[in-house]
Design a binder for this molecule. Structure first.
Ligand code: HEC
Length: 113
């Protein structure tokens, strides 16, 4: 039964941490969208394909992780999200709605128009 206890404990920890993550995500709806659709490729760290690809593209002249960038405006973000690039898929409105995209772009652009 020790295995079952361990599994239950692991499940509870997972549930608790995702509940806490959801709490902080409600502070910024754009962050919530980013964490759902983008962070797997664009999170901080060299094991993320989007971050690694942008590090190579810009040779470190600007931050490789999107959340650390300050140069992106709303149109730039919208373009890439709706069209994709290289291995990045285009996101449909059934995945990232226009409202989600507005929140996401505001979050990543720091409101640059
Ligand atoms: C499957 C992995 C993947 C996912 C998921 C993904 N991207 Fe990307 N993204 C990439 C790659 C790879 C590039 C291309 C980098 C390059 O040009 O070298 C990229 C490029 C971009 C660029 C262009 C940056 C630049 O300066 O050229 C933006 C903006 C961007 N992604 C935003 C997003 C957003 C917002 C999301 C979530 C809705 C997202 N991406 C999801 C992999 C991904």
């Amino acid at each position: 039964m020790k295995t079952l206890d361990t599994i239950l404990l692991a499940a509870m920890v997972t549930w608790a941490s995702s509940a806490m993550a959801n709490d902080s995500a409600t502070l910024d709806p754009g962050k919530h969208v980013f964490d759902k659709w983008c962070v797997s490729c664009h999170g901080v760290g060299d094991r993320k394909p989007g971050t690694a690809s942008l590090a190579a593209k810009y040779h470190g002249s600007i931050p490789a992780a999107l959340e650390e960038r300050t140069d992106m405006n709303l149109d730039f973000i919208r373009y890439f999200v709706r069209n994709g690039v290289l291995i990045m898929p285009a996101f449909r409105k059934t995945e990232v709605s226009d409202a989600d995209l507005a929140a996401l772009s505001a979050y990543l652009s720091h409101q640059k128009k």
